[in-house]
Design a protein around this ligand. Structure first.
Ligand SMILES: C[S@@+](CC[C@H](N)C(=O)[O-])C[C@H]1O[C@@H](n2cnc3c(N)ncnc32)[C@H](O)[C@@H]1O
Length: 388
């Protein structure tokens, strides 16, 4: 609620809910923006957020849910064996910051965390309008968060960042940016790999993390996975969500992609906009990857080759199945109803994104089988708390 009040205060000068007329106009802009991000994506211009009404809709509708996406990679990075967040100070570079979504997400994450490094933010966007919004919202949100932090903004494209102050970064964020870069370039994957490679070489510390977040659409998610594979070929490593540090198996079948879908209780204003637009924001969907220079991976935090659940449950007569991904690649795993037991009872509760340890599985080549004697242990579940 605090976040929404901050956004309303920033946009309208007071934190009260918008009038019915204002809500109607917000709904029209939200629909327009949503269409541009989905059906009309091929024609997306590079400066659509110059439009004041679209920026308003982005801030009230998209920012409010996008902000929590970064909590998932951050909570995984916080498990790193070297305790990366115990530093006194973190330097964070957010490129394509828009209104500062990821920066607010980081502030929110550390406000709720028991680790309290000073957060030194550097926001880069090619539109001055976005940077002005970032500054205004950051100032108001910071007053509510009481988290020690600073912000500097830089107008620049990702293609030629050269005006940043000297120094390297602990975290580099590219949130919902890459799909807009080299959009119509037939070599867009190579171009994006080269850009990210240069960024990491020039600006990321040896123990730094680059968090890439993209929309959960099949096309944008697969493009992100291709960039991920390209970065691996350039000698970088994947920390999470993937457990194997090898090419993404989802790319083998053109119909597959990989994304999160995390339950979320939207604020009333989002519910009202959903009602007017026919959109639905009752869960948070996105694809992400954390890239590092060293080869530590989230699976090192758990040992024993865990698996990640990468699908919804597939339920049919007499059985339940999931796709899971781990050191054996992407696999179908099944439990026949007749094989239910106390040891494997958690199987039915699994959710996309869960990290799970299985024991005593049967591998019948085509799929893995949970039998009566197999155990299922949930290691980590990705959840979002939007209580603030
Ligand atoms: C969809 S918005 C994402 C904003 C924010 N990062 C988020 O996740 O909500 C994409 C942002 O990237 C910026 N952008 C697009 N192409 C860019 C480029 N080549 N260099 C820098 N910024 C760019 C746009 O101006 C816009 O602010």
């Amino acid at each position: 609620m605090i976040l929404q009040k901050v956004l309303l205060k920033f946009l309208y000068g007071n934190p009260a809910n918008p009038s019915a007329g204002e809500l109607k106009s917000l709904a029209a802009s939200t629909s327009r923006l949503s269409k541009m991000f989905t059906r009309e994506r091929d024609n997306l211009s590079t400066d659509y957020l110059k439009d004041k009404n679209l920026r308003k809709a982005y801030i009230l509708y998209f920012l409010q849910s996008n902000l929590y996406k970064i909590h998932i990679p951050l909570s995984e990075i916080s498990l790193h064996p070297k305790g990366l967040f115990v530093k006194d100070r973190l330097r964070i570079l957010d490129i394509g910051s828009g209104p500062g979504t990821a920066i607010l997400g980081l502030l929110d994450f550390f406000t709720k965390s028991d680790k309290k490094p000073f957060l030194e933010f550097f926001a880069v966007d090619h539109l001055a309008e976005n940077l002005k919004d970032t500054e205004g919202i950051f100032k108001l949100f910071k007053e509510e968060c009481y988290h020690e932090s600073s912000l500097q903004t830089f107008k620049s494209g990702i293609e030629r960042i050269n005006n940043l102050p000297a120094g390297i970064f602990d975290i580099i964020v590219l949130s919902n940016l890459l799909n807009e870069v080299a959009h119509n370039d037939p070599e867009k994957i190579n171009t994006r790999v080269k850009l990210v490679k240069r960024l990491l070489n020039d600006f990321m510390s040896a123990d730094g993390n680059c968090i890439i977040i993209e929309p959960a659409l099949r096309e944008t998610s697969r493009e992100m996975l291709s960039v991920r594979d390209g970065l691996l070929q350039e000698g970088f490593h994947v920390y999470s969500p993937c457990l194997p540090d090898s090419n993404c198996p989802a790319l083998e079948n053109p119909k597959d992609w990989c994304h999160e879908d995390i339950p979320w209780e939207p604020p009333e204003l989002i519910k009202a906009l959903d009602k007017l637009t026919g959109l639905r924001k009752d869960s948070i969907k996105f694809s992400y990857v954390v890239i590092r220079k060293d080869s530590t991976s989230l699976s090192d935090c758990y040992g024993d080759s865990p698996f990640r659940v990468v699908s919804e449950p597939l339920i049919s007569k007499g059985k339940m199945e999931f796709y899971i991904c781990g050191s054996m690649g992407r696999k179908l795993i099944v439990r026949l109803d007749k094989d239910r037991s106390d040891l494997n009872r958690r199987f039915a509760d699994l959710r996309r994104g869960d990290l799970v340890k299985f024991e005593e599985l049967k591998d019948d080549g085509k799929r893995l089988r949970v039998e009566k004697g197999s155990s299922v242990k949930l290691l980590k579940r990705s959840d979002i708390s939007n209580s603030k």
